[in-house]
Design a protein around this ligand. Structure first.
Ligand SMILES: NC(=O)C1=CN([C@@H]2O[C@H](COP(=O)(O)OP(=O)(O)OC[C@H]3O[C@@H](n4cnc5c(N)ncnc54)[C@H](O)[C@@H]3O)[C@@H](O)[C@H]2O)[C@@H](O)CC1
Ligand SMILES: Nc1ncnc2c1ncn2[C@@H]1O[C@H](COP(=O)(O)OP(=O)(O)O)[C@@H](O)[C@H]1O
Ligand SMILES: [K+]
Length: 523
């Protein structure tokens, strides 16, 4: 599913007209029919109601968004739903096809708001060009007030987008109200993935306007959803052994942060890699050996702290690296000078290896924090490196330029930095972005506040390394891991809701999330 900004959407619509003769009224017919089908299915399958039991109030705006709403209303009416249309600009109300006399409109509208099960917001879409007028804000506020009075009984359904949301920037008009579901048309809009818009959309459905597939061929930004993630799953041939699914080496964990290596190491195996090896100093071995029974170990020299020890640790690790398909550096390593020198020595050695002998590389957490102080640090990375900063780490890598956790600034940063640093960049946050040097970009749709808990990033880093070991490309390995990481969290949330998740709770749910993804009906 491609993501577009408003200019690109307009261009697609224009080309549909010029090249395929699909003019606005044909597209609008398609849009309204598709939106009606999606809502009808939602009502029947999710709410287990028949359309004839449902009464809807459509709020119709002056442009094409209002046009979509009218087509949609017609289709739902034909299926038996009870339809009321309020034309905002003209202040006219139609009840089941009959015009309400002007002097009764206000009272009827009030009565409807207190009764209907659905308000369909077809006021404004991508054509919103200025702040919402006060009377439109007031109308939306009445809907909001009524929904608060009847929670669960009144659903707000936005067509294309909730009125007042900026489809490019994710900004929101003060008069906008949150939709329970948004049925967007043709493609999800770029602004949906950024805050505050993201939290105004509710559940997202994408309706078709019948654009020919060829028109989307040049689009490079994609929504990371189940449909895409499913195509990335690596094969599990019957004739296989642990070598088939690859080995991962971890340079992670230090005395103050031993949990990181456990979480990342377990995640490597939970995504199906064949073997994980932890490169650790002997003092940590008893901790891991008693918790992660499945791992093997490379013992790194302890010795006096300092640069010399770092060099020796790197040498020892490299001696054991042959045959490993992926290396993860960073979670829980700390920021001692010896660690930094070990990381730099490892990177220098990896860069000089021939491509077919070089393990794929993921750098996370303290791996990144150690690099941030090194001048032109990105020039030290081998090609194809995946880096996974959270907004704080990203700000450090950029030299203290602040990067937000969910704002539109992230899009520009993700695009620019993947190219400038020649990396696969996983910019973590509530909607994680994955970008690569050639300009492709994916944005994860699902969000779960339960994931905002210590150690979940270590799990993600291990998952990416585990998929690299199964020979996914770095861009695909990162994408699949990001998708399944949130999907696993949703399974945990079935029991704990959106708070109280432990990073280790994710581990057994990773295979369960993969299994769900394999079921063709999962979305
Ligand atoms: N153009 C096309 O080919 C298609 C467009 N589609 C629909 O059309 C929408 C875009 O249509 P439009 O470009 O007509 O835009 P809208 O329907 O979003 O709004 C434009 C109209 O609203 C007025 N307006 C803009 N800002 C306002 C504000 N703050 N307060 C009050 N009035 C305001 C404008 O003067 C104009 O009359 C999409 O969101 C989608 O729903 C779909 O029907 C598919 C095809
Ligand atoms: N609201 C949220 N929705 C979805 N994912 C989230 C949310 N908050 C945090 N995450 C994810 O949780 C992980 C946290 O990673 P990170 O900040 O590195 O934590 P740690 O270093 O403690 O492991 C990231 O993958 C991030 O995208
Ligand atoms: K709308």
């Amino acid at each position: 599913m491609h993501i577009v900004d408003v200019a690109r959407m307009r261009e697609l619509e224009m080309r549909a007209d010029q090249e395929y003769g699909l003019n606005t009224s044909i597209l609008m017919e398609n849009a309204g029919r598709s939106a009606a089908e999606l809502l009808a299915r939602y009502i029947r399958e999710r709410q287990r109601r028949s359309l004839s039991e449902c009464e809807l109030l459509f709020l119709i705006g002056p442009g094409n968004n209002g046009g979509d709403g009218q087509v949609m209303a017609r289709h739902l009416e034909a299926e038996g739903a009870h339809i009321n249309l309020y034309r905002w600009k003209e202040r006219r109300l139609t009840r089941e096809g009959r015009e309400v006399p002007a002097e009764q409109v206000e009272a009827e509208l009030n009565a409807l708001l207190q009764r209907v099960g659905y308000v369909v917001d077809a006021l404004l879409g991508t054509g919103r060009s200025r702040p919402l007028p006060e009377d439109m804000r007031a109308l939306l506020a009445r809907v909001e007030q009524e929904r608060a009075r009847r929670p669960g009984e009144l659903l707000v359904v936005a067509i294309d987008l909730p009125t007042g949301v900026n489809a490019d920037t994710g900004e929101v008009d003060p008069g906008s109200i949150r939709a329970d579901l948004t049925i967007t048309l043709a493609c999800p809009k770029q602004g949906f993935f950024f805050f505050p818009a993201r939290s105004y959309l509710g559940e997202l459905f994408v309706g078709s306007i019948g654009l020919p597939e060829e028109l989307e061929r040049d689009l490079s930004d994609e929504m990371l959803d189940a449909t895409l993630a499913r195509t990335l799953l690596p094969p599990r041939p019957l004739e296989s052994n642990k070598g088939t699914f690859g080995r991962v080496m971890l340079f992670c964990g230090s005395p103050p942060y031993p949990g990181s290596a456990y979480l990342a190491g377990s995640a490597v195996l939970r995504v199906g890699a064949g073997l994980v090896t932890l490169a650790v100093t002997p003092d940590l071995l008893p901790i891991y050996a008693s918790s992660l029974h499945e791992a093997t170990y490379v013992l790194l020299p302890a010795g006096e702290p300092g640069e010399q020890r770092g060099q020796e640790q790197a040498r020892t690790l490299l001696e054991h690296l042959s045959g490993y398909r992926a290396l993860l550096i960073g979670p829980g390593l700390g920021r001692a000078p010896a660690t930094r020198s070990a990381i730099l020595a490892l990177l220098d050695a990896l860069r000089s290896l021939p491509e077919d002998e070089r393990p794929a590389l993921v750098i996370d957490a303290d791996g990144l924090n150690n690099l941030a102080d090194v001048e032109n640090w990105w020039q030290r990375l081998p090609p194809g490196t995946v880096i996974t900063p959270h907004p704080g780490e990203m700000s450090r890598l950029l030299g203290e330029t602040r990067v937000s956790g969910g704002g539109i600034d992230r899009l520009q940063v993700a695009r620019h930095c993947a190219q400038a640093w020649n990396v696969i960049l996983v910019l973590k946050g509530a909607c994680t972005l994955i970008s690569e040097p050639a300009g492709r970009l994916r944005i994860n749709w699902e969000s779960n506040p339960a994931l905002a808990s210590a150690g979940t990033g270590d799990v993600l880093a291990g998952m990416i390394a585990g998929y690299l070991a199964q020979r996914l490309t770095p861009f695909d390995a990162a994408s699949l891991a990001v998708y399944l990481h949130v999907a696993a969290s949703k399974l945990v949330s079935q029991h704990c809701g959106d708070a109280g998740l432990l990073a280790s709770d994710l581990l057994p749910q990773i295979p369960a999330a993969r299994l769900r993804l394999l079921q063709p009906t999962s979305t």
